[in-house]
Design a protein around this ligand. Structure first.
Ligand code: DON
Length: 428
């Protein structure tokens, strides 16, 4: 059977192709020479499957899509405090190249607008690095997200640098506030090289999927960035990634995203998928026209809005039944899906409402695929309280989702691979 996903992408691109509105980025002469008809889209799942249609292997410059990744590198290399002291996290509601800094501190409002991104570039790598080493750190860091070594487009870089007056003005302002401590021209040069990194739509989808996959590249399996950094980056993407269109985007699409003036657009849906599109004509915000409409369609067709509630949390208790009879009877709560706070709360409620009369109570995790820290702690507290109420508690945990369970004071639990294993051992 042929997968339905590429066919869906082909159909979506076919519909998007008719829209020829928007214009190429004219302020970088090399970008104005791009083929405006290029069009591609890629889905990369967090378990490493890649689906694409259209021009998915055409290289173009990453531009502002580099910003969340360079911000991630700065956070990883210098720590949260050092970065937050110099770049805020408030949406600006202004254009990407607005010359705006916080009035009292001189801090750029966020790392997605140019002022914040130029600062974030200066914070990638260690303070001792030369400008060239910093650029290399950024290119290598972006490459780790993509899972292949990326290069820069020197022609686009030179073309932008010839006209970088606005970014230079921003950098000089940053220097005057001591937000930048190096020569503003050197930092703008490095930032522009960062924007000139060449990527394909496939690369961008993989970079987005690495963010969606808690910082682990889904194909190489390499941990590129730690989870607290991923959370920070995705949060800032969701509030600031689309500049002065961020509110429209949040309501219409609802996927943390970032656009670039060469026509790329990425979205990272935590735990699910990285999406990238490529189409060079831009709207007045500097976002790809067809990219925005493709994302609107993907989000509504597939229910990808982050605010849409996953059904799995509601159905964590798959069944509540009794096996065996008499004194050997065991009340079984058969659980399923992913267990975080809301699922664990349902389990607590089920245990309270059931008030089991059987001595044996089993929490069966066979159909559970993940359990987070709060889920694990709440489950063990249920075990402890059941023990204190006089129950013999079993944890059916064939995949060892809860290694070395310790229910704490007064709690006791027997871990088994299957419930039959427990019943056979008590028959002997
Ligand atoms: O700083 C600049 O002007 C560019 N090199 C990057 C801008 C960009 O991609 C804005 N996003 N849509």
């Amino acid at each position: 059977m042929r997968s339905v996903v590429p066919d869906y992408l082909i159909e979506a691109l076919g519909d998007a192709r008719a829209d020829t509105s928007g214009a190429l980025a004219a302020y970088i002469p090399e970008l104005a020479a791009a083929d405006p008809e290029r069009l591609g889209a890629v889905f990369a799942t967090v378990d490493g499957e890649v689906y694409g249609a259209g021009d998915i292997d055409t290289e173009f410059t990453i531009q502002s899509i580099s910003k969340p990744f360079a911000y991630a590198l700065a956070l990883a290399d210098r720590g949260f405090d050092a970065v937050l002291a110099k770049v805020g996290v408030e949406p600006s509601g202004e254009a990407f190249n607005q010359i705006s800094l916080e009035s009292d501190t001189g801090r750029p409002l966020n790392p997605m607008i140019n002022a914040g991104a130029i600062t974030a570039h200066s914070l990638a790598g260690s303070a001792e690095m030369t400008a060239a080493e910093r650029v290399q750190r950024v290119v290598d860091g972006l490459s780790a997200f993509a899972g292949r070594q990326l290069t820069t487009d020197t022609a686009v870089c030179a073309s932008e640098l010839e006209h970088a007056h606005r970014n230079l003005a921003i950098a000089h302002m940053l220097r005057s506030h001591d937000i930048l401590t190096e020569d503003p021209r050197t930092v703008v040069d490095g930032y522009t090289r960062q924007c000139s990194v060449l990527v394909t739509t496939r690369d961008l989808a993989m970079m987005a999927a690495t963010l969606a996959n808690r910082g682990i590249n889904p194909v190489s399996g390499a941990r590129v960035i730690h989870e607290p950094v991923v959370r920070q980056v995705l949060s800032v993407m969701s509030t600031c990634g689309m500049y002065d269109a961020a509110g429209d985007w949040a309501t219409q699409v609802g996927i943390p995203a970032k656009s670039g003036v060469a026509g790329g657009l990425i979205g990272a849906l935590p735990g699910q998928i990285g999406i990238a599109t490529f189409s060079p004509r831009l709207d007045r915000h500097g976002n790809s026209v067809r990219g925005v409409s493709l994302f609107e369609r993907f989000s509504s067709d597939m229910g990808l809005h982050v605010m849409e509630v996953p059904a799995a949390a509601r159905a964590v208790v798959r069944s509540n039944h009794v096996v065996g009879a008499g004194r050997d009877a065991i009340r079984v709560l058969e659980l399923q899906g992913g267990v975080g706070f809301s699922a664990a709360e349902r389990i607590v409620r089920e245990a309270v409402d059931t008030a089991p009369t059987e001595v044996g109570v089993a929490l069966d995790l066979t159909m559970v695929y993940s359990i987070d820290d709060v889920g694990r702690r709440m489950l063990l507290e249920v075990v402890r309280r059941l023990t204190l109420d006089g129950h013999e508690v079993y944890l059916v945990d064939p995949e060892t989702l809860v290694p070395d369970p310790d229910p704490g004071d007064g709690g006791r639990v027997t871990v088994v691979k299957t419930l039959e294993q427990e019943q056979n051992s008590s028959d002997r």
